[in-house]
Structure formats: structure tokens, C-alpha cells
Design a protein around this ligand. Structure first.
Ligand code: B12
Ligand code: SF4
Ligand code: SF4
Length: 309
């Protein structure tokens, strides 16, 4: 009964603070692992991607407390950010898609928020490194879009997913089939809009090796493959085509927050400088304030495609 009341309070507080939440029993952890393993064995997960994200795919539940009883999965609305650049007498505007910026801050605040609600009742929470989309859909929080991105009612795909282990018990057994949105059954807009043909029609899983995001998140010393046409690039990092065209994002697709503005001198430095510590203090601070410092390394290659003569 106490647990039921705690859960009710938790759901209510999270809801009034803009979150959507679902709690699944830790007994489903092996099922979650199986979801990924199955596709790995069928060789449907791009092998270099698997190596890169092994920690997520072969996750080992770890927490500072004794018993992991549940996984709390949350979604919080997340906007796009606009970055402005002065270049050769023109102002160039580039978008950064939802979830790239301020992720750590949002996660830390969320953990603190959950602790504020659960610690007085004697429960703990810890970050979970886990495949979040599968978890969100299995928990009933989200559904997949054909574009392989998750959709949460009221938020579309413009949300940040976050997962936490807890010793708080799962009261209901939230475990659903992997489901695609109803809307996708009569829609193909993302397939047609994807500039690189990454969203397949002969299978569900994304062709990661074709996704622009996979390539523009690679370290700067890895050039773009020749087959990616220069006109395909549309963001400073990531790609927005399959989300912007999606009818399920109608209400959120124009949600853009202001990001930093860089003058020509700063842009020149961002294109040339390889060491963040060599940047002037003011520019370095600007990158930190907007949480862009972590993408500093991909700037020369990614910016280069937009700033060609
Ligand atoms: C690796 C990774 C990538 C890789 C690979 C993406 C991919 N599709 O696998 C790359 C670098 C390409 C990438 C790109 C992006 N990513 Co990413 N990525 C991740 C990461 C680290 C793991 C994702 C993962 O588990 N992939 C493995 C595959 C196998 O999982 P899956 O796609 O869920 O596959 C399941 C389904 O296909 C299902 N399935 C199989 N058959 C069928 C059939 C049907 C009918 C159905 C319904 C389901 C189904 O089974 C599979 C296994 O469970 C997560 C972070 C995390 N902790 O989870 C972020 C994450 C998924 N990415 C995120 C984001 C925002 C993006 C981008 C939108 C970034 C951008 N461009 O703006 C793009 C989207 C590209 C796309 N169209 O999918 C967000 C997700 C937000 C959301 N709403 O979905 C996450 C959660 C990070 C975060 N916390 O913000 N990403
Ligand atoms: S664009 Fe259409 S098919 Fe693609 S995810 Fe959105 S609704 Fe589904
Ligand atoms: S993120 Fe871009 S490249 Fe990747 S699937 Fe979506 S539209 Fe295609």
C-alpha cells in the first residue's frame, strides 16, 4: 500500500514537471538483452556500431545499492537549438537536433528530482546504461516510428529518454510488444525524405552505415564517405530530415531555442583548431555554456561542408 502511494506521488510529481514515466521490473533485464542479441545474431546490427556501443548492448546492471528491483524510464521534452555563424558577409544558421545539448544537466537534474521523491521513503536511484529505445517501447512509454526513432504521446520524437535503476519495486508488470505507431502504417514520408536511404523498406532496423548521423558523429579524422552528397548535410551534428517531415511531429517540429552565435574569427578558429585548450578563453566558455564543447572535435569536418566557397 505504501509502495502504491509512493508510486502515485512519483507519477503525479513527474507529470506536473513535464515528464512521462514508466517503471519496469528488473526481472525483464534478460528480455531486454535478448531483444538486442537476436538482431546481433541475425547480423542486422552494423558490426562497427556494435563495437562502438557495446556497453549499451551488453549492459551489466550496476548500482551502489544492494538490490536492483526496477528500471525507471522517463521522457522529457527536448528542443532543437539554432547556432548562427558569420561567414564571408553572410549569416549561416545551423540546427542541432533535440537531445544533443544539455543531456548531462537534464539527467543529473532528473536523478536529483527522483532522489528527492524516493530517498525519504528509503529508496535509491542510479544511472542505467541501457538500450533506451527498446526499454521505452517495452515499458509502454513510447512507440517506434518507421524511422526507428521513438515517439511519446504529446512529445513526438522531440524528447530525451533517461533510464535509472532503483531498488523501488515495480508494482505493475509493464512489458509490451515492440510496436510501431499506427500512423506509420499509411505513411512513408521519412523513407522518402531520408537523404541517404538509411530507412529501409525490406526490414525494420535502420541501415546505420547509411545514416548521416552515424557519419557526422565519427571523430573528425574520419572523413565523410564519397557517396554522401554534399547537399545531404543539414545540421551541425546529427540530421533532422526524418523527424522534421514526420506528421507525428507536427506540433513540435518548429520548437527551436537560441544557441550561440560565432563571429568570423571564431568560426575560423573552430575550423582550424584541433585542441580545445588552445582556443581563446571567451570562445571556450561559449562552447561550454551551450554544451557544445563535446562536439568541438567534429566541427572542422562538419562545418567544412557548409562553409565551402
Ligand atoms: C547507437 C545509437 C545511435 C546510432 C544507431 C541508431 C539505431 N537506430 O540503432 C546512430 C549514431 C546512427 C544514432 C542516430 C540517432 N540517434 Co541515437 N542512439 C544510439 C544509442 C547509443 C543506442 C541505440 C540502440 O540501442 N541501437 C540498437 C538498435 C538495435 O536498437 P533499436 O533501434 O531500438 O532496435 C530495435 C527495433 O528495431 C526493434 N525492432 C526490430 N524489428 C522490429 C519491427 C517492428 C515492426 C518494430 C515496431 C520494432 C522492431 O528491435 C530492435 C531491438 O530491440 C542510444 C542511447 C541509448 N542509451 O539507448 C541513442 C539514442 C537512441 N539516439 C537518439 C537520437 C536522438 C538519435 C538521432 C535522432 C540523432 C539525430 N539525428 O538527431 C538519430 C536517429 C537515427 C535513426 N533514424 O534511428 C536518442 C533517441 C531519441 C528517440 N526519441 O528515439 C537516444 C536514446 C539517445 C538519447 N538518450 O537521447 N544513434
Ligand atoms: S514520417 Fe510517417 S512513417 Fe515515418 S515515422 Fe513519421 S509517421 Fe511513421
Ligand atoms: S537521421 Fe537523417 S540520415 Fe539518419 S535516418 Fe534520419 S533522415 Fe536518414
Amino acid at each position: 500500500m505504501d509502495e502504491e502511494n509512493t508510486q502515485k506521488r512519483l507519477y503525479k510529481s513527474l507529470d506536473s514537471n513535464g515528464y512521462k514515466v514508466s517503471i519496469i521490473s528488473a526481472s525483464h533485464i534478460p528480455d531486454l538483452r535478448k531483444d538486442i542479441k537476436k538482431y546481433r545474431e541475425k547480423k542486422l546490427i552494423y558490426a562497427p556500431l556494435y563495437e562502438m556501443y557495446k556497453a549499451y548492448f551488453e549492459f551489466e546492471p550496476k548500482a551502489e545499492f544492494k538490490n536492483i528491483n526496477s528500471i525507471i524510464i522517463l521522457a522529457k521534452p527536448a528542443p532543437q537549438f539554432e547556432v548562427k555563424l558569420d561567414w564571408k558577409g553572410k549569416q549561416i544558421s545551423l540546427l542541432v537536433p533535440p537531445t544533443y545539448l544539455f543531456g548531462r544537466e537534464i539527467m543529473d537534474n532528473t536523478k536529483e528530482f527522483l532522489e528527492g521523491l524516493l530517498s525519504p521513503e528509503g529508496y535509491n536511484v542510479n544511472y542505467a546504461i541501457i538500450p533506451q529505445k527498446t526499454l521505452a517501447v517495452r515499458s509502454g512509454l513510447a512507440k517506434y516510428g518507421r524511422n526507428n526513432i521513438t515517439y511519446v504521446p504529446g512529445m513526438g520524437s522531440f524528447h530525451r529518454l533517461m533510464a535509472f535503476y532503483s531498488d523501488f519495486p515495480a508494482i505493475e508488470d509493464n512489458w509490451f510488444e515492440l510496436e510501431m505507431m499506427e500512423m506509420c502504417k499509411t505513411c512513408n514520408a521519412c523513407v522518402n525524405k531520408c537523404p541517404t536511404g538509411a530507412i529501409p523498406t525490406d526490414r525494420f532496423l535502420l541501415r546505420v552505415e547509411k545514416c548521416l548521423t552515424y557519419h557526422n558523429e565519427q571523430p573528425n579524422n574520419i572523413p565523410f564517405p564519397d557517396w554522401i552528397h554534399i547537399s545531404s548535410h543539414n545540421c551541425l551534428v546529427g540530421c533532422l530530415y526524418c523527424q522534421k517531415v514526420c506528421p507525428a511531429n507536427k506540433k513540435v517540429k518548429d520548437w527551436i531555442e537560441s544557441g550561440p552565435m560565432f563571429n568570423e574569427e571564431e568560426v575560423t578558429l573552430l575550423l582550424r583548431e584541433k585542441n580545445l585548450d588552445n582556443l581563446p578563453m571567451e570562445l571556450k566558455e561559449k562552447l561550454h555554456i551551450y554544451d557544445l564543447a563535446k562536439y568541438f572535435e567534429v566541427f572542422p569536418r562538419n562545418l567544412g561542408v557548409f562553409l565551402r566557397e
